[in-house]
Design a protein around this ligand. Sequence first.
Ligand code: ADP
Ligand code: TRP
Length: 336
Amino acid sequence: MKRVLTGIKPTGTPHIGNMLGAIRPAIELASSGLDAMYFIADYHALTTVHPPKYGAADLKRLTLEVAATWLALGLDPSTTMFYRQSDVPELFELAWVLQCFTPKGWMNKAHAYKAVADAARAAGETDVDAGINMGVYGYPILMAADILAFDIDLVPVGKDQVQHVEIARDIAQRLNHAYGADLLRMPSAKIDEDAQLVPGVDGRKMSKSYDNVIPLFAPSKKLEKVVKQIATDSTPPEAPKDPATSTIFQIYRALARPDEVAAFAERYRAGIGWGDAKKTLFERIEVEIGEARTRYDALIADPGAIDELLVAGAQRARAIAGATLGRVRRAIGIGV
Ligand code: ADP
Ligand code: TRP
């Protein structure tokens, strides 16, 4: 059976874009006859979720929120291995070994680091590395360990993470070349080409970095308030409107069934007030996430139960990672 793995960074409260672009597709993939491992990359989040901007309680809360979100949206922990990265210490030992085979130049070109350094350069900073910690710099190596520890075939990721999966392959190739072709399994990135990018309230891609998100499990009142903030123009209610250019419509289209989308488009062409359009979207989101929100609220109210479930998941994951690490240690000449 092919094994699939992906990591989710607890760096923000999950939003509708995350659900449509990542969480739902991954849960569907897990139920399509693959052996799935989904984990919360809390130590990757630590590269940015730390003082002065964040405290320890934030990292804890975000980790819990992300776990509860996946469970509320249908991840089945009895069939999908679901765990916290930090509960699998083998990963960090493996990451060190991988570091010793990773040319520094590869990290200079890794996009997470390069984007920050390029921005500093463009801003005329003399020290382009100012403010970049080694966790950010070596990020792809820990990600390679996350993947290579588990003999993974497929890694579902957004386009921005493809380079990191390629780095994992390149590192694996180096070790296999040095110690034998069977040491580490070669993973492939799996990108969902038709995944639509959901716009946020300002019309740009919904992203926590733009502060334009519709939070997934906000209480009804708050959700309604956020939907009302979606940017519109000043066309009068009775004027016919082009649905294709409307952010409200694009979000609706990402959620609703084709027949509902067609009916909504018809209302646009007949002339619809923005207030009505927003109300339609708000009600549709409520229908879409209502039941999951009830599950989410119950889950989040019992953090101990989530912890327990994650620790049990980590135990299963450690058995696999331990075997890989043993194989690697023997191959490289470390330990007994
Ligand atoms: P953000 O942009 O809010 O920081 P992340 O980069 O943490 O979100 O994304 C986590 C996952 O959610 C990724 O797989 C990404 O492709 C998906 N995702 C994020 N934003 C959107 C969006 N607006 N539409 C569709 N998918 C998205
Ligand atoms: N870097 C990924 C992201 O930012 C999260 C991640 C960490 C990951 N380790 C992984 C994804 C391993 C896939 C496989 O979204």
